[in-house]
Ligand binder design. Structure first.
Ligand code: AMP
Length: 400
């Protein structure tokens, strides 16, 4: 951020879409707020003021019975006190997002203080990327800073369209956004090799593009989680009741062939922890992933798979991890994900660069308190996925 914010009002798009307790509306995880602090602190320290905007939840999807917005549930006022506490400064709140009241409060905002405006998604124009709405938002700041990586893949008014109304030199990415882009590029551009990608999670279809792309440039691609069983079935294995996408069997085989042709090692879990029920109380056994009997399902990778995967991970110089190896939310099926997290941390200690990107693998690393033992933990699930797939993110493109 080259801008000196002295005497400037910075309109800052952050991602304060934090989880809240459904009854008390207390913040249950403030990671996203903390991630935006360095940028906000820089603005205030320079002698500027910050007009902060964000979305929170899906207020227009979950309206009340009469069609009105459930303001009590979705108001951004829920974060105000906490932000004030973290920044140790006065944080004002405007119950309007745009319009006369918001403009007046932004104008009167003293330097060194913060104004949070109401949830941008209270307006239909937000998700449509509406120009008129974005223009109204733009009136609230002299400069525009985008630090909301988590929504950078959305061409919304407050993330993308608003940038149009600021000239070059009047707009910039915040520190979080810069870090996310820099770290993703470390994996994409000239990574130290071997480069190993660990892809897990529920569905092949969600990560199809990423898998294709990875086979183009990674040295090893490890596939775990529910998506592995589509590969197992495609190879003629018996997978019982495991998660499968029958319309992706051909694709799975295509990926296996492509990997072979390119000399990329595609690793699938040799064995699995299988269960007779989708429950933590189910009976469990460890079996070959291609020999799961009727009525049983693979819910985690087995010991052999953990050993295979860990060996490759520990010999890697660059590691990308997206998606859990099993149903880690249940303790009996968390071992695979935990072991992989430990292997990634061990490789990092040996000097590898490791990027953990994507909601559930981030949750696993956080659960194990390994955040400081990997090189970078991304805050953006969908946005990171699209960035790694090689797509141009609209909010990033809008800045140039
Ligand atoms: P994703 O959002 O695609 O990264 O998927 C994460 C979800 O996949 C988590 O909620 C996991 O519980 C789930 N998952 C991982 N492995 C399995 C599996 N073997 N069977 C069913 N669900 C799984």
């Amino acid at each position: 951020m080259d801008i000196n914010f002295k005497n400037k009002k910075a309109l800052v798009r952050v991602d304060f879409n934090v989880p809240l307790n459904s009854k008390t509306f207390k913040i249950t995880d403030d990671t996203r707020i903390r991630a935006a602090l360095p940028t906000l602190k820089k603005i205030l320290k320079d002698g500027g003021a910050a007009v902060v905007m964000s979305h929170l939840g899906r207020p227009l999807k979950k309206t009340k019975d009469d069609g009105s917005i459930d303001v009590e549930k979705f108001t951004l006022n829920h974060v105000v006190k906490h932000v004030a506490k973290l920044l140790k400064t006065k944080v004002h709140f405007c119950s309007e997002t745009v319009g006369k009241a918001a403009e007046k409060m932004a104008k009167q905002l003293p330097m060194g203080e913060v104004l949070i405006i109401e949830n941008t998604r209270f307006h239909k124009g937000e998700k449509k990327g509406d120009e008129a709405f974005a223009k109204q938002l733009a009136k609230l700041g002299d400069v525009f800073i985008n630090d909301a990586f988590g929504t950078a893949h959305r061409a919304h008014a407050s993330t993308t369209t608003v940038a149009k109304f600021f000239k070059k030199g009047e707009k910039s990415f915040g520190y979080l956004m810069q870090a996310e882009i820099k770290n993703a590029n470390k994996v994409l551009n000239n990574p130290d090799r071997p480069l190993t990608a660990i892809i897990g999670g529920a569905k092949v279809s969600d990560k199809m593009l990423l898998l294709e792309k990875l086979i183009d440039f990674a040295d090893n691609v490890i596939v775990g989680g529910g998506m592995a069983y589509t590969f197992m079935k495609a190879q003629g294995g018996n997978i019982g009741n495991s998660l499968v996408e029958d319309d992706r069997l051909k694709l799975a085989n295509k990926l296996i062939i492509k990997a072979k042709k390119r000399g990329v090692k595609l690793l699938l879990p040799k064995d699995s922890v299988i269960a007779d029920n989708f429950s933590n109380d189910a009976n469990i056994e460890t079996k070959y992933s291609k020999r799961i009997r009727k009525g049983w399902m693979g819910l985690d990778i087995g010991e052999k798979a953990v050993a295979d995967f860990s060996k490759v991970i520990k010999n890697s110089k660059t590691i990308l991890w997206n998606g859990p190896m099993g149903v880690f939310e249940m303790s009996n099926f968390a071992n695979g994900t935990k072991s992989i997290a430990t292997a990634v941390a061990a490789a990092t200690k040996k000097g590898a660069f490791s990027l953990v990107g994507g909601g559930d693998s981030v949750a696993a690393v956080t659960q194990m308190k390994l955040n400081d033992d990997v090189s970078y933990v991304s805050t953006g699930g969908g946005a990171m996925l699209e960035f790694l797939e090689g797509k141009e993110l609209p909010a990033i493109a809008a800045m140039s």
